[in-house]
Design a protein around this ligand. Structure first.
Ligand code: SF4
Length: 217
């Protein structure tokens, strides 16, 4: 499998899809705090919904302290209808205090620091590190996990195993954009159900197709 070729194709495809919401906010704001908030809100939520909510939220919230002006209930109303909006409102309410006390009001860059923030797990931490700080990190979400396995590039059972396998074999120069490319590809082409294999630019590279062809003989 030629990962350089696959990456080139994914990069080209990316330009023809709507940008994932976190990339969009990065392009629009270059602001690590807004990228962090967008990433927290985007979990288990369609990009379209997250995008609508953050455009509304960022009219009034520009820095961590601004969150202190809202009650948890107000924040829940503001971020509705993202998935788990009540839990995410709780996390946003706690965010300014920990950023101030532990990180001098700045979003940290390191994974073990990022995961100290409320609502930030390993996946979110990797995405913030890669997108906001352009530091090598691989964010493995459902799209990256699914497509890496369908292609046959890794053979893993969980996103964590996929992250570890990718860290071992994916050239580091590809880490930062790998999530963005696969998320866009997974939302538009290699979808969870009924992937559009017959028009896929990776058709000839994909192990899933090889396996299907083998069993159809
Ligand atoms: Fe996904 Fe099908 Fe393309 Fe393979 S051929 S990457 S399964 S859309």
């Amino acid at each position: 499998m030629d990962i350089n070729k696959i990456y080139r194709i994914l990069k080209k495809q990316f330009k023809s899809y709507p940008a994932p919401v976190v990339d969009l906010i990065e392009a629009q704001t270059k602001d690590s705090f807004k990228i962090l908030v967008t990433t927290i809100l985007s979990a288990r939520t369609k990009d379209q919904t997250t995008s609508m909510v953050v455009q509304r939220l960022f009219k009034n919230i520009h820095k961590p302290d601004d969150l202190n002006r809202y009650s948890e209930g107000d924040l829940a109303d503001l971020i509705y209808p993202v998935g788990f909006f009540r839990i995410k409102a709780k996390h946003l309410k706690k965010l300014p205090k920990i950023l101030k006390e532990e990180f001098n009001n700045k979003v940290p860059e390191e994974i073990d620091e990022l995961v100290m923030l409320p609502g930030v797990g390993r996946k979110t931490a990797n995405l913030v590190r890669a997108i906001a700080f352009k530091k090598p990190a691989i964010c493995v979400d459902v799209h990256v996990h699914r497509i890496s396995n369908r292609l046959g590039y890794v053979k893993t059972k969980t996103p964590f195993e996929t992250e570890m396998a990718l860290r071992n074999k994916l050239p580091e120069k590809y880490w930062i954009m790998f999530n963005s490319y696969l998320v866009a590809f997974g939302q538009n082409h290699c979808t969870p159900r009924n992937p559009k294999c017959s028009t896929c630019p990776l058709y000839n590279e994909c192990e899933r197709i090889g396996v299907k062809t083998k069993y159809n003989k």
